[in-house]
Ligand binder design. Structure first.
Ligand code: TXA
Ligand code: MG
Length: 326
């Protein structure tokens, strides 16, 4: 895999490659994505193949703004409350780590949406991603650039480690600012918001903007496929504990907050945020899992103590990392 610089020449090479039906690694503020032009079924098939991703797990389309999102979504079938919700949320939170799921246009390939009548779209808040989408002039579908079920990459080096010779290029946009994936929110036809995946935007913020509570993902008209329990799993076993203390033995340890001094372990001890800051912890989480995974020892990880705001997404990713593979 060739690492392209995030300058004009790198973006030109990347855009031409995508327009010719190729795929490549792209930085975003959340995690790195594996991008293809949304209209290119052949390229989308290559994305699924490179990731070994099952075809029932649909992709997110990345756009520069809400106007471009309407080339993917079908505005005509939306009732006023749903349209209003989209306008409010995108005005306040785009570009940013919020993905919205709405009815799609027929022109969107079935492969991109796993045959669903809806499409997930977000506008990434990363200058390199935005320049790339603008240079291509079309929305880009991009799942996280990891092999299926594994930890999402938050640096260009991690993309190389994940997908090496399967993908020709990665655009290097530096380490990701948010560090875990976007919040996925379905807007039901009547405007009811449903949380399909906690992520970089707090559900509380969505509720505040819409002036109504956000419902839990399950049970709505819009389905949330691909949310398997054992996502984001390191290759070594990971056990969650409320608090780790003292001699842990032949393990690596991932502490939520405080000082690393309170435990002793044969492997490394990593603290997500000494001061207990959720944004810092989110930014470090996947890189920490990757580092500890590399040591080959089982991981003991502390639960993130707070399930509000970004804490919800951190707790979710840790629980999935702890879930056993089927
Ligand atoms: O932050 C992110 O969202 C990153 C960066 C690269 O943008 N992308 C990402 O993509 O996390 P991926 O493919 O790993 O996760 C996409 C999620 C899946 O859980 C999928 O089930 C959900 O979005 N999704 C996509 N289309 C959907 C749809 N039409 N209905 C319900 N859920 C959908
Ligand atoms: Mg993923």
């Amino acid at each position: 895999m060739i690492v392209l610089p995030p300058d004009e020449s790198g973006i030109r090479i990347a855009a031409d490659h995508l327009l010719a039906g190729g795929i490549l690694g792209m930085p975003t503020e959340t995690v790195y994505g594996l991008a293809a032009v949304v209209w290119r079924t052949d390229a989308i098939a290559s994305v699924f193949a490179a990731k070994e991703r099952p075809l029932f797990d649909p992709l997110i389309a990345h756009v520069v703004d809400v106007e471009q999102a309407w080339t993917v979504w079908d505005r005509d079938v939306l009732e006023a409350p749903a349209r209003e919700a989209v306008e409010r949320l995108t005005a306040a939170l785009w570009p940013g780590p919020l993905t919205l799921v709405l009815p799609r246009r027929e022109a969107v390939p079935d492969l991109a949406t796993s045959g669903l009548p809806t499409a997930a779209v977000r506008s990434p808040d990363h200058p390199v991603a935005r320049s790339l989408i603008a240079a291509v002039g079309e929305p880009l579908v991009a799942p996280s650039a990891n092999r299926f079920g594994r930890v999402s990459p938050t640096t260009a080096e991690a993309v190389v480690a994940e997908l090496g010779d399967r993908v020709p290029y990665v655009l290097d946009g530096g380490p990701c600012r948010v560090g875990l994936e976007s919040t996925v929110l379905a807007i039901e036809p009547d405007g009811v918001p449903r949380l399909l995946r906690p992520g970089g935007v707090a559900a509380e913020r969505v509720a505040e903007l819409l002036g109504r509570p956000v419902r839990d993902g399950r049970g709505g008209a819009i389905e949330a496929p691909g949310q398997l329990a054992s996502h984001y799993a390191p290759s070594v076993p990971l056990t969650l504990v409320d608090r780790a203390e003292g001699e842990l033995g032949r393990v690596s340890a991932l502490l939520a907050s405080g000082s690393a001094d309170r435990v002793r372990a044969d492997g490394s001890v990593v603290v997500l945020s000494e001061g207990g800051d959720a944004a810092e912890a989110a930014r470090r989480l996947f890189a920490a899992l990757r580092e500890l995974d590399g040591a080959g020892l089982p991981i003991v990880a502390e639960r993130w103590p707070d399930r509000t705001g970004l804490g919800h997404a951190i707790a979710d990713r840790l629980e999935r990392a702890a879930a056993r593979r089927p």
